[in-house]
Design a protein. Structure first.
Length: 555
């Protein structure tokens, strides 16, 4: 097994990002037998151990997801949701899995109004939607995997019992979020000695080991109809929520047809709404009309275009992305090249737009991301999340995981496509990405985690790969921007440290309200990305973000 990762020093205070980021791959040896890139070393090792035993990309992905549920409870777990894209090397097809949960049947805007909870507080128990992660893991393994679930979950089970050293980025997030942890299981299970574990300390989670063992033996029913499900319902209701056992029992994942667009000779794949992957595709369609290769990759002209394209894309996505079961979403029209050409007219290369509004196409989702490619060329692009760190912070008794707050992504405006409703899925920020060539062969899975940063990260990674032809580690090491918030003219553009001062001043001169020089652990704002590329001869090269505790593992 090979493990490659540049060391991250001085408490993440000085991530070594080159201004131009040219050159070869820094992390991830070139191999053909299989590779995993995750945000936590033990998750990468778990994935590769499954590949070594004859498992494929799906088996390895679920093993990594389970290990991350243990090692990064600050971001992900069995109380959250998941999405995945799976590339089948034999058929050269991409399938999508929507593992997001729905609102309780008894939850409505009328109830929130009567309780004086409009707008919905993001950490309230009403923000807990049914956790979809467990069903997603099981369904992915059942359709595409080759090993028994018992074997796939074994690395996470044993590590939960024996313990693991907490990573520095995870320890920082744990300490920052400890105040939101609540419920009967919080103090004993996730705050030993009443505090967050420090970097390097060994943390054990025997409660999570028991839940994972039950799932390994009984599948998803052991969670949704078993002891864990009953604990989830009890915890939510004890904090004022309305979730029921029937809500959990009714949950199911959805296999979806991925959406895509072409960009510079590549096809970019995303999961459809209720995920926000369409945001990245909308922005790439707009950017396709500009000659980015002729520009300085770190210059103000390039960065201005990327920022403005993202703002236009978000203006559309924040209206149109919703649960497709609740109404038609004009995906084909939004992704048409003619629609992109019309939206491109609103982009002034010399000035930031003051007022960005959604278009009207003609009729016609804090997170972990990781990716795996096996020796046969199958690939899994996978993302799993609680949303705001620990989510609501509600920890079911005896379970060892917090519950998400995805319901905070609903709106309560009547008539809005994403308005909260019973058994409805919310706008979802988590998005896996995948690239194929014109002949349908795999170019590689990729992703950047982090709330509304995710489509922004996707665009910056794809531009780096397609326009600048960077290697995986170079593209994830590059400084990033993050527009936040994404739904108003008052949004600020956050710029990561490492960007040339001339670019900062150039953007400010174009009218962008900036927060420049973001550094240290505050770089978490820009997400954490992973990329694995496969060349025409089957050789793999990977990169893993230094804004996390992980790396690339290969056979």
């Amino acid at each position: 097994m090979r493990s490659t990762r540049r060391e991250f020093l001085a408490g993440a205070a000085a991530l070594p990002l080159a201004a131009g980021c040219a050159g070869g791959s820094i992390s991830g040896a070139t191999v053909t037998s299989g590779m995993a890139a995750t945000s936590q070393k033990l998750a990468s090792e778990a994935a590769v151990s499954l590949l070594r035993e004859g498992g494929n990309a799906a088996d390895a992905a679920v093993a990594a997801a389970a290990m991350l549920a243990l090692t990064e409870p600050t971001s992900t777990g069995l109380g959250g949701d998941m999405f995945a894209l799976y590339y089948d090397a034999t058929t050269r097809t991409v399938s999508g899995l929507n593992g997001s949960g729905r609102a309780p049947a008894a939850l409505s805007t009328d109830l929130l109004r009567r309780q004086g909870l409009l707008p919905l507080p993001p950490l309230h128990a009403h923000a807990v939607t049914v956790p979809g992660a467990c069903a997603g893991w099981c369904d992915l393994a059942a359709r595409h995997g080759s090993l028994p679930l018992r074997r796939v979950l074994a690395p996470a089970v044993s590590t939960a019992r024996d313990g693991y050293p907490v990573g520095s980025w995870t320890a920082h997030g744990w300490a920052a979020g400890r105040g939101q942890l609540k419920g009967p299981g919080a103090r004993d299970l996730l705050l030993p000695d009443g505090r967050a574990p420090r970097a390097g300390e060994t943390f054990r989670n025997p409660a999570l080991a028991r839940v994972l063992s039950a799932i390994a033996e009984g599948g998803k029913d052991a969670y949704y109809k078993g002891e864990a499900g009953r604990a989830v319902v009890a915890a939510v209701r004890s904090e004022g929520g309305v979730m029921t056992a029937e809500d959990l029992a009714a949950h199911e994942s959805t296999w979806v047809e991925p959406i895509s667009t072409t960009y510079r000779g590549l096809r970019v794949w995303e999961c459809p709404p209720n995920g926000q992957g369409i945001t990245a595709l909308l922005a790439l369609n707009i950017l396709e009309g500009f000659d980015l290769r002729a520009q300085d990759p770190m210059g103000p002209d390039r960065w201005h275009l990327l920022i403005e394209a993202m703002r236009l894309a978000f203006a559309d996505a924040r209206w149109y992305v919703a649960d497709p079961a609740s109404g038609r979403i004009p995906v084909a029209e939004l992704l048409s090249k003619s629609y992109a050409a019309g939206r491109r007219e609103f982009l002034d290369p010399r000035r930031a737009a003051v007022d960005v509004r959604r278009g009207s196409p003609a009729a016609g989702s804090d997170t972990v991301y990781f990716c795996v490619v096996d020796g046969a060329g199958n690939a899994c692009s996978f993302i799993n999340s609680n949303y705001m760190g620990f989510g609501t912070g509600i920890v079911p008794e005896g379970c060892g995981f917090p519950l998400q707050n995805r319901g905070a992504c609903f709106v309560t405006e009547p008539g809005h496509p994403n308005c909260l409703g019973p058994r409805k899925r919310p706008y979802h920020t988590i998005i896996p990405g995948l690239l194929t060539r014109e002949d349908g062969s795999l170019f590689g899975p990729f992703g950047v985690m982090g709330g509304f940063m995710q489509p922004q990260g996707h665009v910056q990674v794809v531009v780096g790969l397609a326009d600048d032809r960077l290697e995986p580690q170079a593209v994830v090491d590059r400084p990033r921007f993050c527009v936040q918030p994404v739904d108003g003219s008052e949004s600020r553009v956050h710029l990561e440290a490492g960007l040339p001062p001339s670019t900062v001043e150039g953007l400010r001169g174009r009218g962008h309200p900036l927060v420049a020089g973001v550094s240290g652990f505050d770089r978490a704002l820009f997400g954490r990305g992973q990329v694995i590329l496969r060349d025409a001869e089957g050789r793999l090269t990977g990169g893993s973000d230094l804004r996390a505790d992980g790396g690339v593992q290969s056979l």
